[in-house]
Every structure is written in C-alpha cells, then in structure tokens.
Design a protein around this ligand. Structure first.
Ligand code: GLN
Ligand code: ZN
Length: 757
C-alpha cells in the first residue's frame, strides 16, 4: 500500500495563537506556563487535523516557538558565550539568541539570521568552533512524539540531520582561522546517536532526518561524511527517512543510494526530472521512496494527473510498498486554509488531503469518493489553465516589444553622480533610512478599521497624511539628510503593491513564517500583471510638499515582488518579472514627474531567488538584473536611484550587483566581520554604498561610538565620497523609542565623520 506523508506543518495556529502568545510573553504579559499551554494546544490541533485528513505519516518535533535550527542549537548546548551567565532562564536565553535582549541591565545582540535555502524563512545560524562542547540538554523530538502519543496519535518525529546542521552553521569568533564547522562531525555524532537511541527506546518506528543540503552542489564533496554519519547512526536509530527538498539531488544520489537508510524523500515539485535517475539508483536497494508531489512551497492545487503518472512510475519500479506520496517539503512555507479561498488553491490542510487521496488512488482504492475527488481535481486544473492562457494580451504584447535601450540609464554613473549632487545638495556622509518607520498599533488599527468599513477612505487618507507628517518632522528634527515618507500606508512591502496591481489575489489568513514571530501573507499571482494607475505617488508627493529636504520615493522591485509572492506555474518567472518591471517602470517615471528626485527600488530578495544549483544561476541572474534595470532605467540622469538588499553575501553574485547600476545601494549590517565590504573593494564597486551601520532586527540601541567605529572600519575600505550612512533595513518592526535613540546616534556619528574626514 502507498502511504501518505506530510513533512512539517505551519506553527502559527489557525488564529495566529503562537505569534500572539510569543509576543505577549516577550512583553511580560504571559507566563512561561501559559506560553507552553498555547504551544501544546496548537500542536495538538495540527496533529489531530492531519489525522482527520487521513495522513498516514504525521510529523512531530517540527513545531517551534522561534526557529527549528535554533531549537537544535539550544538543545545541543550550542550557545555562544555572550548569552551565558546573564541570569536568564533557558527560554530567555533561547529568545535572546533569536532576537537579542536589552532589558534590566542585560544588553546582547541577536545571533545572525540567514535565509533558509531559497525561501523567505530565516533561520538562526549556529556558531561553532573547536571549543564547542555538544551536549544533549533535552530531546525535543522525543518530547513532542510523547505529547502526541498521549492523545493517541502516532507521529514520525523530525530532526535536522547532523551534516546539514553543521554546514548551515558558521565559524564562531573564537574559532581558528581555517576552522570548518563540518570538522565537528565526530563530536556531534554521539549527540545524534543519543537522541536517536532515545527515540528508538520510546518505540518510535521511523524518524525523518532532514538533510536539505543534499540538494546543493557542495554536498558532492561530503560523500564520506554522509557515509560515516549514517553508518554510525542507523544501527541505534529508528528507521531513517532521509529527507531532501527544494532542488534536485543530481549525482549526489549515487552515494545516497549506498547509505544504510530505510527511506529517501525527494522533491518532485521543484525537480520533477530527477525521478528516473533516483529510481535507477535505488531500484536494487531496499530504500523506500517518498515522492514530494504536493508542493510545500506554492499554493496551487496539485495536478493529480501529473502526480499519479509519477507515482505509477515509482510503483512500477519499486512496488507500492516502497512508495510514499508526500508534500515536497514541510508545509511551514504554505499557509493554512480559510473558507474564502478559491478552488484553485490548496493550503496546508488541503495539501494533507491531497497526499492522502493520491496515496489512495495509487493504492488502487475503489472508494467512489476518491474517484469523485480525482474528477473534481481534473476539472479544476483545466479551468485554471484556461483562465491563465486567456488573461491579458496587451501586457504580453508590451513585453514582446521591450527594446534594449529600455534597460540602460542615459549616462554612466560618474556623469549621473555630478548631476545628482547639484540637484539633491546632500552633505558628505549623507544620512538616510531604508524606508519604513515604526508600524504602530494606531497605524494597524486604522488599517483594520478601513478594512471593516468603520472609517472612510478619506478619513484613512487623512490619518496616513498625519503619520507622514510625523515621520517627516521627526527626520527633520533628528537631522537626517535624505528623507522618506515612512511607509505607514503599507501593510507589507509586497502585498501593498500586489493589491494595487492587476493579476494578484489575496488571502485573509494565509500567514507564512518569515522569522521568529514575524509572519507574511504572500499575494498570489494568478494572471498577467499590469498597473491600473499610480500606486505611491500621492504619498511621496505629499511628503515632499511639506519639507524642503529631498524626499526619497519607495518601491519594491520586480524580483522581490515575484519571490515573495506565490508565482504562477504556467509561465516562466522571467515573464512574470518582466510584467512586474514594466508596471514599476511606469511608477518610477511618474514619481520623477512628481519631483521626487531620489527613488529607491528595494530588491531584498534577489539573492534568495538564486537557484540552489550553481549551473542554473546565470540564467536567473540575467533576467533578474535585467528586470530591475527595466524598472529603474526610465528616468533622467538627475534622478538618483537607490536599491536595498537585506543581506551581505555578495561574493558570488558581485558582478550582478554592479550590473544593476543603482546610483546608491544599501546593504545589511554584517554581524561578524567586514568581509562584505572587502568584496566591494576587491571587485572595485564603482557606485555609492550605504553599509548598514546597525542591526535593526533587534530592539537594541547602538551607541554613537559603536556607529562611529563601524563607519571608521568601513572607511578603510570604501572611499568617503561613495559612502551613505543608514541603518541596515526598514524600521517598521521597531518601536519609536529605540528608533529615535538609534537614529540620533546615527546622525551624531555621521556629523562627527564629516568633521574628521
Ligand atoms: N523599504 C522597506 C522598508 O524599509 C525595505 C524592507 C526590506 O528590505 N525588507 O521596510
Ligand atoms: Zn532590508
């Protein structure tokens, strides 16, 4: 019989219970006991509903109050020294690592966060060194397994495998110069052995061991480590289901097929082409194959016909007992269903039903309900295809008539810089921010009221204008040079644009975790994209009208809108990005016409959209950079274009960053070192840069001295004439108090730099 499986489930709870509970705990309004109670309720509800939806293999251990990688670090005693001895409870140490802590005499920044493969989920990076002393402080997978067992549900615990855990980590400050995290494998294996042996002892039949790095090029050199690790682990462990996702295994399947594992999971949504290869390699083994045919990364209904074809192929090669149908990855990245949602989509719980139904079909079920489900699926898929093919001809024609000159500014940067200097009159070390200011409760309440019809459009507009005025006056008072309007009108930097563009639809409650207690509601692209009218011009020009200082317009770039939405799967990402770029190009030109002389087009997601396999990079980077240029190059030399990136790994995509040809870019505060800036120097980056001078992801206030030190260090690498001074990201998640204090220090440090440079 073919079994069905779900690899992981959203953690937020049907009504955002976890987000609310965690934030209440941070605010001192909820006790540890009540926080744990909320967590238990949400876990129970997930297990119960997966069981109700007839999923055979239900995950446990995948829940998290902040991040699952951080869960592993905390349980393995991988706690950087700066969090020890502060008198904090283990839970507070855990949260301090995730988000920093500045209260009651304790002042520690957060650990570094990185994007989880090519998703918008962020994990907390483990810090490792020769001194790391792994210990198994507790066994979270076992605890959750037992919790589920207590309500009568048998689950398959999930853990992150040892090699992925190490490779996803980084060298801690105290590590020696050539330390490689993977060198700790012999030290960490005993911990995994202990963890797995405890699971086995508790009666766990099989365990899901996630090794997502197996889809990366670099895994090819880790074949020996994989062999050693699994040879040691499998004798003491329950049956191991080795799980990979987000891309293809390529040649790595050769060594994977030789590992002593009971099962292997592959992602057939991202990499349908790998099925033949994998079947060939594992045919002669006993390995069970779990087929990831129901997407964990997108919200489109699974096309049963295609999935059944793949399932049948696997059954023909291996026999039904060696086949599982599963979600392609954890459903952490897909939101849960609400009643309003359309027939085309499939959210977390519907995906559970999909795997169960597919398993029944592939097992030869004669149940008439299953037959009906199959017919309904076919009708729905056909209707959607028809809609997609007939959406907007005019938009497609416009894409076809893009000319090469539309991708380039009129003059090179050196010429533009001079014209812009005259126009904007900024001092040396110009200070600016990344766009958003604190999204206060009042702002969210006003937006909610507008949504419910409790206030009129006009009242809302007045409210936003007042907010803009507040932000403008604050920036004038604190002494910033290039102002922003503060983005009070935006619920989210992508959703806001999606709501105004044609071609998008939205969900009410489909939240996806980004990091910690931050969730986003990605819009869904359902058809060709176009702009019906100006989207931001009225806010930016109002802001400019009330100040003499220059105002920076603020847009989200095409690649980021695409990467942070659920894209269509019937046309290429390139085409969708081109359509978005044309819409944004019109907006950029309209802003210029409205006398906005600096325009920022954020592309924080360019890097995360990189394919996981290097051989696919060039093709992506070409259209990604081109579409950014298409969006921004329509303005005159005098208009200063900015772009912003929320990361600092540029080494491997440097030439693409240069090719964007933005007049100014602002980048993340590199927590560990200045490596990033060295990259810019090494490659001779020619345009202006604002290296983030402090980390906004934590409520901590940086001192003036810290910022000065940071500026000094940057100046050794970047010429003063190219420097901007700014925080490392938008301030929307911060409170006003720390924002005021931090920006005052930032301005003071910039002024000092002007005096001494
Ligand atoms: N302009 C956006 C803001 O300030 C940029 C956000 C981001 O980079 N994620 O909020
Ligand atoms: Zn950012």
């Amino acid at each position: 019989m073919v079994l069905s499986s779900v690899l992981g489930f959203p953690r937020i709870g049907a009504h955002r219970e976890i987000k609310k509970a965690v934030e209440a705990y941070w605010a001192g309004k909820l006790s540890i006991e009540d926080l744990n109670k909320a967590a238990t309720e949400v876990k129970k509800a997930s297990w119960t509903s997966l069981q109700k939806h007839k999923v055979d293999l239900i995950p446990s251990g995948d829940f998290s109050l902040y991040d699952h990688v951080l869960d592993h670090s905390a349980a393995f005693n991988v706690i950087p020294k700066r969090y020890i001895g502060l008198g904090l409870s283990p839970l507070d140490v855990y949260f301090a690592m995730g988000r920093g802590r500045q209260a009651e005499g304790v002042d520690v920044p957060a650990c570094e966060m990185k994007k989880w493969f090519d998703s918008n989920y962020h994990y907390v990076v483990p810090e490792l060194s020769e001194q790391t002393e792994f210990k198994l402080l507790y066994n979270k997978a076992l605890q959750e397994y037992t919790e589920a067992k207590a309500i009568g549900i048998t689950t398959r615990p999930v853990i992150l495998g040892p090699i992925s855990y190490l490779v996803l980590g980084k060298a801690a400050k105290e590590a020696s110069a050539n330390f490689q995290p993977i060198s700790l494998l012999p030290k960490i294996l005993p911990i995994y052995k202990q963890l797995l042996a405890q699971l086995k002892e508790a009666g766990v039949e099989s365990v899901q061991v996630d090794e997502p790095i197996l889809v990366l090029d670099k895994a090819a050199e880790l074949d020996k480590q994989y062999a050693t690790a699994f040879a040691e682990l499998s004798p003491v462990a329950p049956k191991i289901m080795l799980t990979t996702y987000f891309a293809r295994l390529d040649s790595n399947i050769k060594f994977i097929a030789k590992l002593p594992i009971a099962g292997l999971h592959i992602d057939l949504c991202r990499a349908p082409g790998q099925l033949d290869d994998v079947l060939n390699e594992i045919k002669s083994t006993k390995i069970i194959l779990s087929l990831g045919v129901v997407s964990g990364r997108n919200i489109w209904k699974c096309d049963f016909a295609a999935a059944i074809k793949q399932g049948q192929k696997a059954i023909d090669a291996l026999g039904a007992d060696r086949v599982i149908v599963a979600t392609s990855s954890s459903l952490l990245h897909t939101p849960k269903l609400t009643p309003q949602q359309k027939d085309w989509f499939s959210f977390a719980l519907e995906k559970a039903t999909e795997v169960a139904t597919l398993a029944a079909i592939l097992s030869g079920s004669q149940d008439p309900a299953i037959a009906t489900a199959r017919e309904k699926n076919a009708t729905s898929i056909a209707k959607r295809r028809e809609f997609e093919h007939t959406s907007d001809d005019a938009v497609r024609k416009r894409v076809d008539s893009i000319t090469p000159d539309m991708y380039h500014r009129k003059s090179p940067f050196s010429t533009r810089k001079e014209v812009q200097a005259k126009k904007l009159q900024l001092p040396a070390f110009p200070t600016t921010t990344i766009g958003s200011f604190p999204q206060t409760k009042e702002i969210r309440t006003a937006r909610a009221k507008l949504g419910k019809g409790e206030i009129t459009e006009a009242e809302y507009e007045d409210f936003i204008k007042q907010e803009i005025e507040l932000v403008v006056r604050f920036q004038e008072k604190v002494g910033l040079d290039l102002l922003v309007h503060g983005e009070a009108e935006r619920n989210d930097m992508v959703q806001y644009f999606g709501e105004q563009l044609n071609g998008f639809v939205f969900t009410q409650n489909a939240w996806v975790q980004s990091y910690g207690s931050r969730y986003v509601r990605p819009p869904i692209i359902v058809s060709d994209v176009s702009r019906s009218g100006p989207m931001t011009v009225r806010w930016s020009s109002y802001a400019q009208s009330i100040t003499k200082k220059p105002m920076k317009g603020m847009l989200t770039g095409p690649v980021t809108i695409l990467n942070w939405s659920f894209p269509r799967d019937d046309v290429s990402r390139k085409l969708q990005s081109q359509q978005l770029a044309l819409a944004l190009r019109d907006e950029v030109i309209d802003l210029e016409k409205a006398s906005i002389n600096a325009i920022q087009v954020d592309e924080p997601a360019i890097r995360e959209g990189l394919p996981l396999r290097r051989s696919d990079w060039d093709e992506y980077l070409e259209w990604a950079v081109d579409t950014f240029k298409l969006a921004t190059a329509g303005v005159s030399d005098a208009t200063q274009t900015h772009s912003h990136f929320c990361y600092s790994d540029f080494d491997d995509i440097f030439s693409s960053i240069q090719r964007l040809d933005a007049d100014v870019i602002s980048i993340e505060f590199s927590k560990s070192d200045m490596k990033l800036l060295h990259t810019f120097k090494q490659y001779g980056y020619s345009n202006q840069i604002g290296p983030g001078v402090y980390d906004i992801h934590s409520p901590r206030v940086p001192s003036e001295q810290e910022i000065t030190d940071r500026l000094k260090a940057s100046l050794e690498i970047i010429p003063a004439r190219l420097m901007f001074v700014n925080p490392d990201c938008g301030l929307k998640t911060r409170g006003w108090k720390e924002t005021e204090a931090s920006l005052a220090n930032l301005v003071a440090a910039a002024r000092k730099a002007r005096g001494s440079a």
